[in-house]
Design a protein around this ligand. Structure first.
Ligand SMILES: [Fe+2]
Length: 293
């Protein structure tokens, strides 16, 4: 049965959290004061008990469906069976957003346990725009695209990520999920200025922001250097909070999710991270008003 939206909060007014399976029972029992919940549909497609709890929560919280299995950039095409299963889930939950990564993760019918980078070329743009239309037709709703994290540059790319995102928005009319932590860590790993990246991001198209923790590791390719790995296994780092404040000053308040997928902390830690994002949003709102005045 579809969920009505009567009890929905304004997702831009209170930060939400990524809801992972170990926290579901506590969220059902305690109904924490967070703005919304984002789930990975792949955790629920073969999990009737979890889906029952999630359906219950969707009556009270706005829910966002954030896919990891669509592989929008795959040269093989989109898995139609997965799309049909996903359509069933979104019809049941009536999510406020459905999103996925600008990446590929399947080849020859096999699912790779990773979100792999795409070369930014005219050919990739054509593939992604076509797949995006196919996904949106199959789901009957908009599909929001997230910027990935970067560790290596691809020699075959002929445009920058920003050029690609602008072209993607122009060609498809899609909206974007700006993962601020991905911008910070990719800026560190690839040697670009993350503030300038935010300044040049397609601002009008930003439907959502993500914040997540990363893990510094030794860079085997460049001894003595550190690479930041997008593990979602830690609290949001201070530089990412500062970049988030910058993003809010540029974009205005946008629905935000705290992502934490590995080494999950107690639920209370995630709720406090969301509260921290809310405090930053309030502070930047005052900054914006002061500048407007
Ligand atoms: Fe993300």
């Amino acid at each position: 049965m579809a969920i009505t939206s009567d009890a929905r909060l304004d997702t831009a007014e209170r930060t939400g959290i990524g809801l992972r399976l170990p926290h579901i029972a506590e969220v059902v029992a305690t109904r924490p004061h967070v703005g919304w919940l984002e789930i990975h549909p792949e955790n629920f497609l073969a999990n009737p008990h979890g889906l029952e709890s999630l359906t219950d929560l969707a009556r009270e919280y706005p829910v966002s469906v954030h896919t990891v299995g669509i592989s929008i950039g795959s040269a093989d095409g989109i898995d139609r069976d997965h799309l049909i299963r996903l359509r069933g889930l979104v019809d049941r939950l009536n999510p406020v957003l459905v999103s996925g990564h600008l990446a590929w993760s399947t080849v020859g019918g096999a699912y790779l346990n990773d979100l792999l980078p795409l070369p930014y070329t005219a050919e990739t743009l054509r593939v992604v725009v076509a797949h995006l239309a196919e996904v949106q037709d199959a789901l009957g709703r908009a599909y929001v695209i997230e910027n990935p994290s970067w560790y290596v540059s691809l020699a075959t790319s002929t445009m920058t990520e920003l050029d690609f995102l602008h072209a993607l928005v122009d060609e498809s009319g899609c909206r974007l999920l700006c993962d601020v932590s991905n911008v910070h860590l990719s800026g560190h790993n690839m040697g670009y200025d993350p503030y300038r990246f935010i300044d040049e991001f397609p601002s009008d198209s930003v439907a959502e922001l993500h914040l997540g923790g990363f893990t510094p590791e030794h860079d085997d390719a460049t001894p003595g250097e550190t690479v930041l790995v997008d593990t979602h296994a830690h609290a949001v780092a201070e530089p990412a909070w500062q970049l988030y404040a910058h993003a809010l000053r540029r974009f205005g308040p946008r629905p935000t999710i705290i992502e934490w997928d590995n080494d999950l902390p107690p639920l209370a830690v995630l709720i406090e991270e969301a509260a921290q994002a809310d405090r930053i949003r309030e502070a930047t709102r005052e900054d914006r008003h002061a500048h407007a005045g």
